[in-house]
Design a binder for this molecule. Structure first.
Ligand SMILES: [Zn+2]
Ligand SMILES: [Zn+2]
Length: 261
């Protein structure tokens, strides 16, 4: 976390991402560690419109509201990667205070969203609340924010309803607790599944490209390429992953299929 605290400038690399507005959206990302678990809540905003999205507001609502005020931003999106309290615990209160609806995760994580208060109590974190999203997310869906389209991948394993939210053109992914720099998410929770998590990573993340930068739920940012090389759980020499299947009939299918050596 220590490594990702603070702003990072972020601009879509191709004009394809800007087709909805015509101009180049000046999106910025500021990572705010929240709760005693130091969960990376991402504040994403457009510098021109001053409208913002929060990805995984796990707690510390006052801190998040101060960050919005500090940068003179209006909240317009709340996105959740999964139902664990350190990622979703502030969503209900933020929705109440701002009127912004909650999008994500996949419906299979609702049982976790119903356990937020219990989990928070166990860890001694006050003020977190259970939440039912206004919209569940499914694999392949699109989320629009300030003229930029973010895509959704359903990535079960850590939790059954975990999703990853990414933008191909800007080469950025919010991966929650699926993947970390040098590690992967725990799978010893109810309905966690180690092999499913590995399959989510090799099948849904790696095909997006080695130069994809990801912001994990905890710890420093990294790239998929770096993890394919050195991650002790999912490096290619461990998983046997050998790239997307080149024989797939079209480019889109190639990106989402996988091949093992
Ligand atoms: Zn988690
Ligand atoms: Zn977490």
């Amino acid at each position: 976390m220590r490594c990702v605290r603070g702003s990072m400038r972020w601009k879509p690399r191709s004009r394809r991402a800007n087709s909805m507005t015509g101009g180049e959206p000046k999106l910025q990302i500021h990572v705010i560690p929240v709760t005693p678990l130091q969960q990376n809540c991402s504040l994403v905003w457009n510098d021109d419109t001053k409208r913002a999205a929060l990805v995984d507001p796990g707690g510390d609502v006052e801190q998040l509201m101060s960050a919005l005020a500090h940068f003179d931003l209006t909240l317009s999106r709340i996105w959740l990667t999964h139902g664990h309290f350190d990622h979703a615990g502030a969503a209900a209160e933020l929705r109440e205070r701002t009127g912004v609806s909650v999008e994500g995760p996949h419906r299979d994580d609702q049982f976790w969203l119903d356990l937020i208060e219990e989990g928070a109590q166990r860890y001694g974190v006050p003020g977190l609340r259970n939440v039912t999203p206004d919209r569940y997310l499914d694999d392949g869906e699109t989320l629009e924010f300030e003229g930029v389209e973010f895509k959704v991948a359903h990535t079960p394993g850590h939790t059954p309803g975990h999703v990853v939210i990414y933008n191909q053109d800007a080469r950025i992914a919010f991966v929650g607790d699926v993947l970390f720099a040098g590690s992967i998410g725990r799978t010893d929770f109810p309905r966690g599944d180690h092999q499913q998590l590995i399959d989510s990573i090799t099948g849904k993340l790696w095909p997006l490209g080695d130069d994809m930068t990801f912001i994990p739920g905890h710890g420093p940012v990294s790239t998929f390429g770096r993890e394919r090389h050195g991650n002790p759980f999912v490096a290619d020499h461990i998983t046997g992953y050998a790239g997307a299947a080149k024989q797939a009939p079209d480019a889109a299918e190639q990106r989402t299929s996988k091949r093992y050596s």
